[in-house]
Ligand binder design. Structure first.
Ligand code: DLL
Length: 433
């Protein structure tokens, strides 16, 4: 099994910890001097850069959230002058303000490095043809994989998403060996291959690098059987760098985190206490080498746990479990991030309906479908069917113009949706995870 950067991926843990501590110190200095937001937060706690000497001091620093990025939209948390920023990306949120991230030239080099590690750990080499069907554009998937693919010297095919027929044709004609896309699109492609009459032997696929959304072991099995490839889980988020934060090795037993760049902690999302190794909680990252947008203790909202046992692949980098849940109400629908609370705020503005609703997400033919069930006000429910239909249309239009996503609407009678005692169950996710 090849390893891209043996020095950092297989470093003795003590040495790694020392390096992380040094890099943390540099990062804290950087944000203190260049980002007024962080300086103020630290001053409020009576902290200066001199108080953060090692990883043991990390828990004294405040958390950063997606809201902090939104409040400082677009570039307020950047720690490099714009003249040093060579790339901007943004996460695929559905509200007006996306989360904007910026990269310095060195950040782009770091990103290529961690993506080269990701692809190498999946078994890709310079002899491969990498078919990139992640979206190119503001989304980090396409260009992230692209730079990593070039770095390892593979032949990169920047197909981007959509147009399945053309995907199949190029995959066949160019002899693609590595498929990079979301796991749900991989399943969709698998079925399209069956239907197209193409024989699997006509394709040269060997490896898939799938991520950007949760997927289960049973989905993995199905993809591996249908496409006859090795399906590797890759994880990342725009705020930290994009894809390249963590990825599985060929043993497929946890995702190695590139912790020489992104230092992980697991916290209890309620109490915000740091949890001991092995416990499940919310994943938090501090970037320790970034220049453009360094983030301190960024709350990913993703739930997982860390495993510090040495992996038999030789890498010493900590592994995170496959990430299947979130500690907030964010849904990823066809790659677009959607919060149930955003739907709620649109509904609350309409007097004809009650704020009792449920979102039901399903995967039909491997594509995500979302339905909103909402209770109509008692008085309104007595009305004629025609009025109910125009109400339904109005809700649909309001949601679509606010969120940019089409949702199927079902109106239900007052008091028919289940009420719960504790936290209400607003979202029923019937996709297989
Ligand atoms: O999805 C970056 C990416 C691109 C990762 C391509 C992998 C491949 P965002 O759009 O900012 O960035 O969304 C980040 O997606 O917090 C997770 O909730 C979810 N996510 C990403 N990868 C995985 C995965 C990209 N392998 C959010 N398993 C994250 C489960 C994932 N969830």
């Amino acid at each position: 099994m090849e390893i891209w950067n043996r020095h950092f991926e297989c470093m003795a843990r003590e040495e790694l910890r020392k390096l992380q501590g040094e890099r943390l110190r540099e990062t804290v200095e950087r944000v203190y001097f260049y980002v007024p937001y962080y300086r103020q937060k630290m001053q409020e706690r009576g902290l200066g850069p001199e108080n953060i000497q090692s990883l043991d001091d990390l828990s004294r620093l405040p958390f950063t959230t997606k809201n902090d990025l939104r409040n400082n939209y677009p570039f307020g948390l950047f720690a490099s002058p714009m003249s040093e920023i060579v790339r901007l990306h943004a996460s695929s949120g559905t509200t007006g303000k996306p989360t904007v991230v910026g990269y310095s030239r060195r950040d782009i080099a770091t990103w290529s490095e961690v993506m080269a590690r990701t692809l190498t750990s999946a078994g890709a080499t310079r002899d491969d043809f990498i078919h990139i069907a992640y979206g190119y554009g503001l989304f980090t998937g396409g260009l992230g994989l692209h730079y990593g693919g070039e770095k390892i010297g593979a032949s990169v095919i920047p197909v981007s998403g959509g147009n399945t027929k053309r995907q199949l044709q190029l995959m066949h004609d160019f002899g693609s060996t590595v498929l990079a896309c979301t796991p749900s699109y991989a399943l969709y492609l698998a079925e399209a291959i069956e239907e197209s009459g193409l024989k699997r032997e006509d394709l040269h696929l060997k490896i898939g690098v799938f991520g950007a959304e949760p997927w289960t072991e049973s989905m993995r099995k199905e993809i591996e059987e249908k496409l006859r490839i090795k399906a590797i889980d890759i994880y990342g988020l725009s705020e930290i760098i994009g894809p390249g934060v963590a990825s599985e090795c060929l043993l497929q037993n946890g995702l190695h985190i590139n912790e020489d760049h992104f230092y992980p902690e697991i916290i209890d999302p309620e109490t915000l206490e740091v949890l001991p190794p092995g416990e499940t909680g919310e994943l938090v990252f501090t970037t320790i080498t970034k220049e453009g947008l360094p983030l301190i203790r960024y709350r990913t909202r993703d739930l997982t746990r860390l495993n510090y046992d040495t992996c038999s692949c030789g890498r010493t980098l900590v592994r995170m479990d496959k990430c299947l849940g979130r500690s907030d109400d964010m849904l990823i629908i066809r790659g677009v991030n959607l919060f149930a609370s955003q739907v709620e705020s649109v509904l609350l503005e309409m007097s004809e309906i009650k704020p009792h609703y449920q979102l039901i997400v399903e995967r039909i033919n491997n594509l995500d479908e979302i339905e909103l069930r909402v209770e109509v006000d008692e008085q309104f429910f007595q009305d004629k069917i025609g009025q109910l239909m125009s109400l339904r249309q109005k809700i649909q239009q309001n949601l679509e113009s606010a969120l940019g996503i089409s949702i199927k609407i079902t109106l239900v009678e007052p008091k028919t949706l289940e009420r719960s005692e504790g936290k209400s169950k607003r979202v029923i996710d019937r996709r297989s995870y």
